[in-house]
Design a protein around this ligand. Structure first.
Ligand code: SF4
Ligand code: SF4
Length: 218
């Protein structure tokens, strides 16, 4: 599953168009009709943002450390995402597929699946202080796709608040990466990335409270 690429020519991987959430787009795949290909090729590409983590904590009644823990095996792990230490979904060691793909080839966390899973095969392009959606034309080989409104495809509560968060998070990551690039001492860099991780992921969210206010507080 290729979710988001940096430094790529959008014209090579898309139809060249930018879309907004009220636009219709050809992605409908009859609820995958028994296919689970993209969930079997996730590798380390499903990077989680704080909203994804909040949803997992709430949906699974758990916390970051337990998701990273060994009971029965970790379902998320940390990776280097352009210089930052960020969590991504971990593949299951025996199946090689996403840890949340069940034996029937369905997503066991469908109701609270991460944003990148909701997005696929769309991508986001950030420009001019905002972002648009684009269609990754080389992803999802399902034939004769039907047109669906992007808003419906994403299936996220309070989409305007979510999109505002997505943009804020993107800008924050850019700022943090830029700040990090100015820190040459390795142990200072490590302390910075660990503190960032702790603030936005490791410190548990109160799942009895709405997410966005907690995110902006942090
Ligand atoms: S590749 Fe397409 S049809 Fe197959 S599981 Fe993914 S989104 Fe569904
Ligand atoms: S979380 Fe669900 S939709 Fe996302 S890759 Fe895993 S099984 Fe597929």
């Amino acid at each position: 599953m290729v979710i988001m690429k940096r430094d790529v020519d959008i014209n090579e991987i898309s139809d060249g168009r930018r879309y907004k959430s009220n636009d219709m787009i050809k992605v409908g795949c009859a609820e995958c009709s028994g296919c689970s290909d993209c969930c079997r090729q996730v590798d380390d590409t499903i990077i989680l943002d704080p909203y994804d983590l909040y949803q997992l904590e709430k949906g699974l009644d758990t916390d970051f450390d337990s998701l990273m823990g060994k009971n029965p095996e970790p379902v998320i792990e940390l990776g280097n995402a352009d210089g930052l230490l960020l969590p991504h979904l971990k593949i299951n060691n025996s199946s090689g597929a996403c840890s949340f793909l069940n034996d029937d080839g369905r997503c066991s966390i469908h109701r609270f699946r991460p944003g990148f899973c909701r997005l696929y095969p769309l991508g986001r392009i950030y420009e001019d202080g905002g972002f648009s959606y684009f269609l990754q034309i080389h992803e999802c080989p399902y034939p004769n796709k039907t047109k669906v409104k992007i808003k419906k495809w994403l299936d996220i509560d309070d989409l305007p608040a979510y999109e505002a968060f997505v943009l804020k998070w993107h800008d924050l990551l850019e700022d943090v990466r830029s700040e990090l690039s100015g820190i040459s001492d390795l142990s200072d860099r490590s302390r910075y990335t660990v503190a960032f991780l702790k603030r936005f992921y490791q410190t548990p969210y109160d799942t009895g409270r709405p997410f966005y206010e907690q995110f902006y507080e942090r």
